[in-house]
Design a protein around this ligand. Structure first.
Ligand SMILES: *Cc1c(COP(=O)(O)O)cnc(C)c1O
Length: 380
């Protein structure tokens, strides 16, 4: 196996990241605050628009945790959460001692099913508890059914925590993802559309709420000359070094979104004559997806014996990284005891779905290797 590994999604520097990091060293701002932190927040606010307020944090997971705290989620409360997602969407519910209630996906965007969501809300209210928040995810950068989910949230007065960790650069009807929730969440982990090596951000609708998030993220220090604390604090702020990487990355965000979308178009073309494979696409022109990861569903072909697993193993053999879709949370050992509403949409997607190499830095040669595996497996 001499072929170098092709990664699912690897960091892709634009060029100016080191300049911002060097500036941090030159001015000795080597701390979880400084000009790069403020600069990155400003860049994100301009990018998102809609009067967004952004607080840079140590991770997207930290942003979800603080988002739940800002929405008043406490021990024993119930939180509705999309089941088909990365575990980081749901873990902070347990950090708060709250109870996750998982919801199935619909087939158009693979995100929260509005019907299952409303069924869950009605049922939970009937048992005496109105859920405290809805965690909605834009999976693989495809926006969830924004209007339908908002209508239900407003009907029952439940706030939305928008997990936009995979959707920086995506939009719906021209409005940027990250700005639809009562609170939004971004991630800059190493494999995301842009990276700060590790990091995230919380997006709020008011300056007061952003300040409150930053207060919690810096150990909840009261205004006093000594260290005085009236509330539980966290060490969740982003470092000025990481933020420097982020400022360089923001300069190339649009280019990288275009390159990810080009990868997606490559897969649409590659699989166009293969009847048993469907490339996951946004349902219509209202949805603009960054296609953070390009994904497919492989209908098992009993005659030829080709299914998702056969294709995955063929890629693995060729030293090409690919992954099944996120395993739904209601099927995870840690979460299976919690309530679940819906049917088997997420479960079926998990069984037959595959994420393919999607990085903005893939070369023609690498695309040719990927195409070679597909042609071989499907006998083209
Ligand atoms: C990556 C991711 C997160 C967590 O972000 P981190 O920065 O890795 O903590 C949360 N939700 C989803 C859907 C993600 O993909």
């Amino acid at each position: 196996m001499n072929n170098p590994k092709i990664w699912l999604s690897s960091p892709h520097m634009g060029g100016n990241e080191q300049k911002f990091v060097n500036e941090a060293f030159d001015t000795n701002w080597v701390a979880p605050l400084g000009p790069n932190v403020n600069g990155l927040e400003h860049d994100l606010e301009s990018c998102l628009g809609n009067q967004s307020q952004v607080g840079a944090l140590s991770s997207g997971t930290a942003a979800i945790h603080l988002g739940l705290i800002l929405l008043g989620v406490q021990a024993g409360d119930e939180v509705l959460c999309q089941s088909m997602t990365f575990s980081a969407s749901a873990n902070p519910i347990l950090y708060q001692g709250a109870i996750p209630v998982f919801i199935d996906s619909e087939t158009d965007t693979w995100n929260l099913c509005p019907i299952a969501l409303e069924e869950a809300i009605v049922d939970r209210i009937a048992t005496g508890k109105t859920p405290k928040a809805i965690i909605a995810v834009h999976l693989y950068g495809v926006p969830y059914q924004i209007d339908e989910i908002r209508t239900i949230a407003d009907k029952y007065g439940i706030p939305i925590l928008e997990d936009s960790a995979e959707a920086l650069g995506s939009s719906y009807k021209g409005q940027k993802c990250g700005t639809f929730g009562d609170i939004g969440v971004l991630s800059f982990n190493g494999n995301k559309i842009i990276t700060t090596s590790g990091g995230g951000a919380i997006v709020t609708r008011t300056k007061e709420l952003k300040d409150r998030a930053v207060f919690f993220a810096t150990q909840s220090r009261d205004d006093a000359p000594h260290y005085q604390h009236s509330e539980i604090g966290y060490n969740y702020r982003m470092s000025n070094i990481c933020a420097g990487i982020g400022r360089g990355q923001m300069e190339v965000l649009d280019d990288h979104v275009a390159l990810r979308r080009k990868m997606h178009a490559f897969y649409v073309d590659l699989f166009k004559d293969i009847a048993t494979v469907t490339v996951f696409e946004a349902p219509n022109d209202d949805y603009f997806a960054n296609y953070w990861l390009s994904s497919i569903v492989v209908e098992p072909d009993a005659v030829k014996g080709i299914n998702r697993e056969a294709l995955r193993l063929a890629f693995e053999q060729a030293n090409i990284e690919c992954r099944p879709l996120w395993k739904p949370m209601h099927l995870q050992p840690i979460f299976e005891k919690y309530p679940y509403y819906g049917s088997t949409v997420a479960e079926t997607l998990f069984e037959n779905g595959l994420c393919l190499p999607s990085g903005s830095n893939l070369t023609n040669e690498e695309r040719e290797r990927i195409a070679g595996v597909v042609r071989r497996v499907f006998g083209l």
